[in-house]
Design a protein around this ligand. Structure first.
Ligand SMILES: [Zn+2]
Ligand SMILES: [Zn+2]
Length: 137
Protein backbone atom coordinates (compact mmCIF):
# COMPACT_ATOMS: atom_id res chain seq x y z
CA UNK A 1 0.00 0.00 0.00
CA UNK A 2 1.34 3.42 -0.89
CA UNK A 3 1.43 6.15 1.72
CA UNK A 4 1.82 9.69 0.48
CA UNK A 5 1.22 13.31 1.41
CA UNK A 6 -2.07 14.82 0.37
CA UNK A 7 -1.45 17.38 -2.39
CA UNK A 8 -3.77 19.82 -0.73
CA UNK A 9 -3.38 19.59 3.05
CA UNK A 10 -0.13 17.58 3.23
CA UNK A 11 -1.67 14.97 5.53
CA UNK A 12 -0.35 11.43 5.17
CA UNK A 13 -2.82 8.96 3.72
CA UNK A 14 -3.03 5.68 1.86
CA UNK A 15 -3.07 6.52 -1.81
CA UNK A 16 -6.05 5.22 -3.74
CA UNK A 17 -7.17 6.92 -6.91
CA UNK A 18 -6.63 10.60 -6.20
CA UNK A 19 -3.59 12.53 -5.01
CA UNK A 20 -5.58 14.08 -2.20
CA UNK A 21 -6.78 12.53 1.06
CA UNK A 22 -10.40 11.42 1.69
CA UNK A 23 -11.07 14.52 3.80
CA UNK A 24 -9.99 16.77 0.93
CA UNK A 25 -11.96 14.72 -1.61
CA UNK A 26 -15.05 15.46 0.46
CA UNK A 27 -14.09 19.14 0.82
CA UNK A 28 -13.54 19.34 -2.94
CA UNK A 29 -17.00 17.89 -3.55
CA UNK A 30 -18.55 20.46 -1.21
CA UNK A 31 -16.63 23.25 -2.95
CA UNK A 32 -17.81 21.97 -6.29
CA UNK A 33 -21.47 21.97 -5.22
CA UNK A 34 -21.09 25.49 -3.80
CA UNK A 35 -19.68 26.81 -7.06
CA UNK A 36 -22.17 24.95 -9.20
CA UNK A 37 -25.06 26.47 -7.24
CA UNK A 38 -23.49 29.91 -7.26
CA UNK A 39 -22.98 29.87 -11.02
CA UNK A 40 -26.57 28.72 -11.48
CA UNK A 41 -27.85 31.80 -9.65
CA UNK A 42 -25.32 34.27 -11.03
CA UNK A 43 -24.79 34.29 -14.77
CA UNK A 44 -22.38 37.14 -15.40
CA UNK A 45 -19.65 37.14 -12.86
CA UNK A 46 -15.89 37.28 -12.40
CA UNK A 47 -14.17 34.17 -11.08
CA UNK A 48 -12.53 36.24 -8.39
CA UNK A 49 -16.02 37.20 -7.17
CA UNK A 50 -17.13 33.56 -7.25
CA UNK A 51 -14.11 32.72 -5.10
CA UNK A 52 -14.86 35.51 -2.63
CA UNK A 53 -18.58 34.80 -2.38
CA UNK A 54 -18.25 31.03 -2.00
CA UNK A 55 -15.04 31.04 0.02
CA UNK A 56 -13.60 28.49 -2.38
CA UNK A 57 -9.94 28.95 -3.31
CA UNK A 58 -9.40 30.37 -6.80
CA UNK A 59 -6.97 27.55 -7.60
CA UNK A 60 -9.68 25.00 -6.82
CA UNK A 61 -12.05 26.78 -9.22
CA UNK A 62 -9.32 26.77 -11.90
CA UNK A 63 -8.91 23.04 -11.34
CA UNK A 64 -12.63 22.41 -11.84
CA UNK A 65 -12.51 24.44 -15.07
CA UNK A 66 -9.44 22.59 -16.33
CA UNK A 67 -11.09 19.26 -15.55
CA UNK A 68 -14.18 20.43 -17.42
CA UNK A 69 -16.38 19.94 -14.36
CA UNK A 70 -17.51 23.56 -14.57
CA UNK A 71 -18.47 25.09 -17.87
CA UNK A 72 -18.78 28.86 -17.88
CA UNK A 73 -21.54 30.51 -19.85
CA UNK A 74 -20.55 32.86 -22.65
CA UNK A 75 -21.58 35.87 -20.65
CA UNK A 76 -19.14 35.01 -17.89
CA UNK A 77 -16.20 37.32 -18.31
CA UNK A 78 -13.73 35.06 -16.64
CA UNK A 79 -10.52 33.44 -17.70
CA UNK A 80 -8.15 31.04 -16.01
CA UNK A 81 -4.59 29.89 -16.57
CA UNK A 82 -3.51 27.14 -18.99
CA UNK A 83 -2.48 24.00 -17.09
CA UNK A 84 0.92 23.92 -18.83
CA UNK A 85 2.14 27.48 -19.29
CA UNK A 86 -0.29 29.72 -17.37
CA UNK A 87 -1.50 31.65 -20.41
CA UNK A 88 -5.02 32.96 -19.94
CA UNK A 89 -7.67 30.70 -21.46
CA UNK A 90 -11.44 30.46 -21.24
CA UNK A 91 -12.13 26.87 -22.25
CA UNK A 92 -10.60 23.42 -21.71
CA UNK A 93 -7.38 22.74 -19.82
CA UNK A 94 -4.74 24.00 -22.27
CA UNK A 95 -4.14 27.11 -24.38
CA UNK A 96 -3.99 26.85 -28.19
CA UNK A 97 -0.17 26.81 -28.20
CA UNK A 98 0.05 23.99 -25.66
CA UNK A 99 -2.72 22.10 -27.45
CA UNK A 100 -0.65 22.34 -30.65
CA UNK A 101 2.49 21.26 -28.88
CA UNK A 102 0.67 18.22 -27.58
CA UNK A 103 -0.55 17.40 -31.09
CA UNK A 104 2.98 17.82 -32.45
CA UNK A 105 4.34 15.36 -29.91
CA UNK A 106 1.66 12.87 -30.86
CA UNK A 107 2.51 13.29 -34.54
CA UNK A 108 6.20 12.79 -33.79
CA UNK A 109 5.45 9.57 -31.99
CA UNK A 110 3.35 8.40 -34.90
CA UNK A 111 5.94 9.20 -37.57
CA UNK A 112 8.72 7.38 -35.67
CA UNK A 113 11.27 10.09 -36.33
CA UNK A 114 14.78 8.78 -35.85
CA UNK A 115 16.98 11.85 -35.64
CA UNK A 116 16.52 15.10 -33.76
CA UNK A 117 16.59 17.00 -37.05
CA UNK A 118 13.67 14.98 -38.30
CA UNK A 119 11.76 15.71 -35.11
CA UNK A 120 12.50 19.43 -35.46
CA UNK A 121 11.41 19.35 -39.10
CA UNK A 122 8.15 17.69 -38.13
CA UNK A 123 7.45 20.32 -35.49
CA UNK A 124 8.24 23.06 -38.00
CA UNK A 125 5.97 21.54 -40.65
CA UNK A 126 3.17 20.95 -38.19
CA UNK A 127 3.24 24.51 -36.90
CA UNK A 128 3.31 25.95 -40.42
CA UNK A 129 0.39 23.83 -41.54
CA UNK A 130 -1.74 25.15 -38.73
CA UNK A 131 -0.91 28.70 -39.73
CA UNK A 132 1.44 30.91 -37.89
CA UNK A 133 1.96 29.48 -34.45
CA UNK A 134 5.64 29.59 -33.73
CA UNK A 135 6.97 26.97 -31.39
CA UNK A 136 8.95 28.47 -28.56
CA UNK A 137 12.14 26.80 -27.54
ZN1 LIG B 1 -5.91 16.44 2.35
ZN1 LIG C 1 -0.38 26.87 -22.48
Amino acid sequence: MTIQNCERCRALFHKKVKDICPACVQKEEEDFQKIRLFLKRNKTIELITVSKETGVDLDVIYQFLQEGRIILSNSTQSNYPCKECGTTISTGALCIACEEKRNDVQQMLQTHATSEDEVAANVEAASQQKGGFHTKR
